[in-house]
Write a protein that binds this ligand. Structure first.
Ligand code: ZN
Ligand code: ZN
Ligand code: ZN
Length: 159
């Protein structure tokens, strides 16, 4: 089996069987003793290291108890434009069900607080699905310590 490495500390990852479900596997970092708590889900005997396009966290791949089918999601709601769980196709690509493609922003805009450039995106699911917004994901650059969102007015952010 090939060796896979931790995206945080580059130590090798190890595959484990879940105690509560011997059919399910996950990966954890072998450097856990020195403080690395990285772990991720399994995808065909390799670590599932796809990241969420909105918050950058590693996506979770789970098997639905109801249907027995896999699904991929990011549960890091607080950093999502819609403040909801985001769902993805099984390969980690965003699931854009019922939502049209993104229009073009009129220009490149920057965050009024940290001056990073804003990302223009469409909320994919949840109660605001379909809405377009501007996002500054540079949480550390903000007094609140959180990402900031700006409403969209025909391709321009309401700053
Ligand atoms: Zn690690
Ligand atoms: Zn996310
Ligand atoms: Zn900002």
């Amino acid at each position: 089996m090939p060796i896979y490495y931790c995206p945080l500390c580059q130590a090798p990852l190890k595959r484990h069987c879940r105690k509560d479900d011997p059919q399910a596997f996950f990966w954890s970092c072998t450097a856990y003793r020195t403080g690395c708590s990285f772990c991720c889900d399994d995808f065909q005997a390799s670590p599932f290291l796809k990241t969420c396009p909105e918050c950058g966290k590693i996506l979770r791949r789970k098997i639905s108890k109801k249907t027995g089918r896999p699904y991929v999601a990011c549960f890091n709601k607080a950093e999502h434009a819609s403040q909801e769980v985001l769902f993805f196709h099984d390969d980690g690509t965003p699931s854009l069900s019922g939502v049209g493609s993104l229009p073009k922003a009129k220009a490149i805009y920057t965050c009024p607080e940290c001056h990073s450039s804003l990302r223009y995106l469409r909320i994919r699911n949840g109660r605001n699905a379909g809405k377009t917004i501007f996002l500054c994901a540079n949480a550390q650059g903000h007094q609140s310590g959180k990402a900031r969102f700006f409403d969209d007015q025909e391709g321009e952010p309401l700053l």
